[in-house]
Design a protein around this ligand. Structure first.
Ligand code: GTP
Ligand code: MG
Length: 195
C-alpha cells in the first residue's frame, strides 16, 4: 500500500474504547524493545510517527493507527519488561486476551521476535495463544541487520523450531535499518486484511 495518511485515533484499554469503523485490523505484538514501533514506522514510511517510549513498559494501552481509512495497525504494549508489577502484568494479560480473543475485525497478528536470539518463554506463549484462537500469525524476526546474511537460515530454523511453527506459518526476517523484509510484510498484511 502506498501510505500517505496515518492517524493515531485511539489509545484504548477496554473494548468500549475500540474504534467502531469496522475496517480490518492487524495487531503487532512482541516484547518490549523488540521493534514494534520501528516496524510500524517503516511500513508507513515515517521516521518516528509511532513513538518509542522513553520509559519501556509504561505504555499500557492499545494504540490504533488508522492507515488510509482502509486498515488499522494496533500497537500492542510490549511484554516482558522486568520492572512491571505483578498487578500491572495481570492487567496487561487481561486486556490483551480480551482484545485478541474477542475483536471481530482482527485479521491477523504480526508477532515480533529478536532475530539474534532464541525466542523467550513469553514469545512462545504468545504464538501458542494465537494458534489456539486460530488467528493468522506472521512471525517477524527483527534487527536482521545485526546478523550476517550467511546465518539467516540458521536463525530462522531456530526460531521456527522454538515457536513450533508449522510450514503454513509465515515468517519474515526484517530490519528497520535497511528495510529488508518490508515488501513481504506488506504483502502478508494486504492478503490478510483483504486489501
Ligand atoms: P516498546 O514500545 O517499549 O514495547 O518497544 P518497541 O517494540 O516499540 O521497540 P522500538 O521500535 O521502540 O525499538 C527499540 C529499539 O530497537 C530502538 O532503539 C530502535 O532503534 C531499535 N531497533 C528497532 N528495530 C531495529 C532494527 O531492525 N535494527 C536495529 N539495528 N535496531 C532496531
Ligand atoms: Mg513501541
Amino acid at each position: 500500500m502506498d501510505v500517505h495518511n496515518v492517524e493515531l485515533v485511539m489509545s484504548a484499554v477496554a473494548p468500549a474504547q475500540y474504534p467502531t469503523d469496522g475496517i480490518p485490523e492487524i495487531a503487532l505484538s512482541g516484547r518490549s524493545n523488540v521493534g514494534k514501533s520501528s516496524l510500524i514506522n517503516t511500513l508507513i514510511n515515517r521516521k518516528s510517527y509511532a513513538r518509542t517510549s522513553s520509559q519501556p513498559g509504561k505504555t499500557q494501552t492499545l494504540n490504533f493507527y488508522n492507515v488510509e481509512q482502509e486498515l488499522f495497525f494496533v500497537d500492542v504494549p510490549g511484554y516482558g519488561y522486568a520492572k512491571v508489577s505483578k498487578t500491572e502484568r495481570a492487567k496487561w494479560g487481561q486486556m490483551i486476551e480480551t482484545y485478541l480473543a474477542e475483536r471481530t475485525t482482527l485479521r491477523g497478528v504480526i508477532s515480533l521476535v529478536d532475530a539474534r536470539h532464541e525466542p523467550t518463554k513469553l514469545d512462545v506463549q504468545m504464538v501458542d495463544f494465537l494458534h489456539y484462537y486460530d488467528i493468522p500469525v506472521l512471525v517477524v524476526a527483527t534487527k536482521s541487520d545485526k546478523i550476517s546474511r550467511g546465518k539467516w537460515n540458521q536463525h530462522e530454523s531456530i526460531i521456527r523450531r522454538s515457536l513450533s511453527l508449522t510450514p503454513e506459518d509465515d515468517f519474515v526476517l526484517f530490519s528497520a535499518q535497511d528495510k529488508s523484509g518490508k515488501e513481504e510484510i506488506w504483502q502478508w498484511i494486504e492478503k490478510h486484511a483483504g486489501l
